[in-house]
Design a protein around this ligand. Sequence first.
Ligand SMILES: C[S@@+](CC[C@H](N)C(=O)[O-])C[C@H]1O[C@@H](n2cnc3c(N)ncnc32)[C@H](O)[C@@H]1O
Length: 259
Amino acid sequence: MLSFFKKKKVIVEEEVKVVQQTDYTNVQPIAEYFKNETGVTFDNQISILTNKVMTFCRQREISSFVKLLKMVDEDAVIKQELIDYLTTNETFFYREFRQIAELVELVKECGHSVDILCAPSATGEEPYSIAIALLEAGVLPNKINIVGIDINLEALEKAREATYKERNVRNLTDEVKVKYFDKKGDLYALKNSVKSHVTFRLENLFDPSFVNIGKFDFIFSRNMFIYFDAPTKIKAKNILDSMRKDSGQEIFFGHADQL
Ligand SMILES: C[S@@+](CC[C@H](N)C(=O)[O-])C[C@H]1O[C@@H](n2cnc3c(N)ncnc32)[C@H](O)[C@@H]1O
């Protein structure tokens, strides 16, 4: 009996030792690393970032922020997991539809086939919305070529799967839902007639190789600049500007992006 209590005491002491060995203080170096890599700033949200990164570490039994920083520097998988965890992918079909309607008019006017970039595309609702709106306007399917890029791999996997919940399609009419989606239980699976117009790529806007993906007639970059500070917004805008086929063509930014 005595030996049982002794053993229990040792286990409890070891557990205390493990708890004491964790060090989740000073998230600043992670914030700086993340901003350098992705452009996304947590400058005014350091306590939110601390809690998020602490949860990320605990889920993976990483005992300190210092260890995590070393790991993300050396291991591309954990780096991608951290990027997926810390980027915000909220989006939905026909978001800020007025700009999509404006794009449709421009495409109809230009007559030729168009290359459109959605940077970022998150889980796909925006590039697919553009494809649906163009098809609805009678633009010939062989004239529509859309590239969606994002730094978040999990989001891109969802985009490629293209199966959405009711709240993601809430802005679509019943007619559009029936025409372009197959209903599977509570979910809406996008048909190939729309999916086939969009290619998704895992890309970081700030990676020097990003600009090599091509030049585009129209560029959408909505609700990403909100996560960047002022100098980063300028850098990002210059990158996107350099990817336009026609330097007179304005880029479509989100209303909250504030250049
Ligand atoms: C809120 S979503 C915007 C989606 C869509 N454009 C919209 O307006 O609904 C923001 C996306 O920006 C992506 N992002 C952030 N930094 C990025 C970077 N450096 N390169 C590419 N994508 C990035 C995030 O992963 C996230 O999916």
